[in-house]
Design a protein around this ligand. Structure first.
Ligand SMILES: Cc1cc2nc3c(=O)[nH]c(=O)nc-3n(C[C@H](O)[C@H](O)[C@H](O)COP(=O)(O)OP(=O)(O)OC[C@H]3O[C@@H](n4cnc5c(N)ncnc54)[C@H](O)[C@@H]3O)c2cc1C
Length: 454
């Protein structure tokens, strides 16, 4: 139902109940507050409720239910599909709830849902601890965790969601529930893969691991014309890499950043980026083949604070650009898959786009996938949209027949019911049973949605 049927008096009454801020179109900060990371998403909600407390979240849910409003839930606002906002509905914006408490003795972090990875990494690294997190520091902890969470520590310490010890959430009924392996265990399992389908998480508890604070990390770059050779070498290298080592291959044109030597600016490259989550001497041995295979154009692997490595790609992924992504799992880097990846990189229309291959395996278990590929088209001008979206779709059409089953839900766009269903793979029926129990009215529908069947 549209919000237009609401009277001004009802909205004013609602605003009085909320400790945080409620914004409407025309308010001073509204235009800024309605924006999300992906500049393609240009939606205008009727209300944005920036919650300050769990009571606020409950009150907003009650209000939205009573008035049958469309609801979007926003943590860090990085959903490429734009699920953190909507037209005409109510955005439950959690960005002001961002406290974090770290207990170094128990190795755990208690985190509110508006925190981003930069904030969580800084807090945990003050104690040389960390949990697997996103590789761009502005990304929200909440959305990333609820879709799995892949990052530099995953092959050693598992996905982010694997390190979740418990979550508190406000359900569609406005009830606060605690979920863990001991309490509401089935719901807890669902939260670790099912996105925001079951409720609004108001507190995450994470298990932490000793990491850094100095790690061996960075990347080696080669000219992109060597990509077929680099990827064939990489395939063998990745197959024997220890679990402490997580790698991501990146094909792109280098940005025109002043910190780069002029000859590198704008150059098409293939990079193998790494992070070693273990003893540094062993890490040096593990990365040695990257240096020995052929002299890299740039050898940027060295000792650095983990928090610095976690911001390595920040400058390349700023908010506001237009983005369109397509993703697939691969069970192997076959010669055909390599040809598709190299061909797509050569055809990339925008210098801002990136093709990435994430190495899974070890403790990073996502079905039978060994790699996750993501074609992330990024551009600025509206007139460029068609060309860039087509490039991404053509890549996907070529790689999809070679892909493993499922897809990484956090990289999906708005891709339709069948694709969402197949992304959840064999978990779908179990997730659906949970959805039917906890949200039969599909109150939480702006996500990679599991449509209830009751
Ligand atoms: C620049 C960039 C880098 C990325 N890097 C990585 C990466 O390294 N690893 C990785 O795994 N993914 C990565 N992603 C994907 C990322 O995991 C998803 O975009 C994720 O949804 C972002 O979470 P968010 O809280 O910022 O998003 P939002 O847009 O705020 O939310 C996304 C979804 O999560 C739900 N949600 C948000 N908060 C809550 C809550 N508290 N309770 C219940 N549901 C909630 C929303 O309903 C929505 O469906 C990246 C994305 C971007 C744009």
């Amino acid at each position: 139902m549209s919000i237009k049927h609401l009277t001004n008096a009802a909205i004013v009454q609602f605003m009085k109940r909320i400790e945080g801020v409620v914004m409407r179109p025309g308010d001073a900060d509204f235009d800024q507050a309605r924006r999300v990371w992906n500049g393609m998403i240009d939606k205008t909600p009727a209300l944005i409720a920036r919650c300050a407390s769990v009571d606020d979240v409950k009150a907003v849910v009650e209000f939205a239910r009573a008035h049958e409003l469309l609801v979007a839930v926003r943590g860090g606002g990085h959903s490429v599909a734009g699920h953190g906002t909507c037209d005409d509905g109510l955005v439950i914006d959690l960005s002001c709830m961002r406290t974090v408490q770290v207990d170094p003795d128990e190795r755990l972090a208690v985190v509110q849902p508006g925190l981003n990875w930069g904030g969580l990494d800084r807090a945990t690294q003050a104690h040389a601890l960390a949990v697997t997190g996103g590789i761009v520091s502005s990304t929200g902890v909440a959305g990333l965790t609820l879709g799995g969470g892949i990052g530099w520590l995953m092959r050693k310490h598992g996905l982010t969601a694997d390190n979740l010890l418990s979550a508190d959430l406000v359900t569609a009924e406005g009830q606060l529930l605690h979920a863990s392996a001991e309490q509401n265990a089935e719901l807890f399992w669902g939260l670790q893969r099912g996105g925001g389908n079951f409720g609004i998480v108001t507190e995450f508890r994470f298990r932490l691991h000793p990491v850094g604070p100095i790690v061996l990390a960075g990347w080696v770059l080669y000219p992109q014309e060597k990509a077929p050779e680099v990827l064939r070498f990489y395939r063998d290298y990745a197959a024997t890499a220890p679990n402490e080592l997580t790698t991501i291959v990146i094909l792109r044109r280098l940005p025109h950043l002043p910190k780069l030597p002029p000859f590198l600016r704008g150059m098409p490259v293939i990079g193998i980026a790494v992070c070693y989550a273990g003893v540094i001497e062993a890490g040096e041995r593990a990365v040695q083949p990257l240096r020995a295979f052929r002299p890299p154009l740039v050898d940027g692997i060295g000792l650095k604070p983990y928090v610095t490595h976690q911001t390595m790609f920040d400058a390349a992924q700023p908010p506001g650009r237009r983005n369109y992504w397509k993703t697939a799992y691969l069970s192997e880097l076959s010669d055909v898959a390599i040809d598709v990846i190299v061909g797509a990189a050569r055809q990339m229309p925008s210098p801002l786009s990136v093709l990435s291959v994430y190495q899974l395996g070890g403790a990073a278990r996502l079905g039978d996938a060994a790699f996750c590929v993501n074609a992330a088209a990024a551009w600025t001008g509206r007139t460029e949209s068609h060309r860039n979206i087509n490039w991404t779709r053509e890549f996907w059409a070529a790689i999809e027949p070679r892909s493993a089953t499922g897809a990484y839900v956090n990289f999906l766009g708005e891709e339709g019911r069948e694709r969402t269903r197949s992304a959840y793979r064999e978990s779908y029926d179990r997730l659906l049973a949970l959805k039917n129990t906890h949200d039969p009215g599909n109150f939480f529908r702006l996500n990679q949605n599991i449509e209830p069947t009751v």
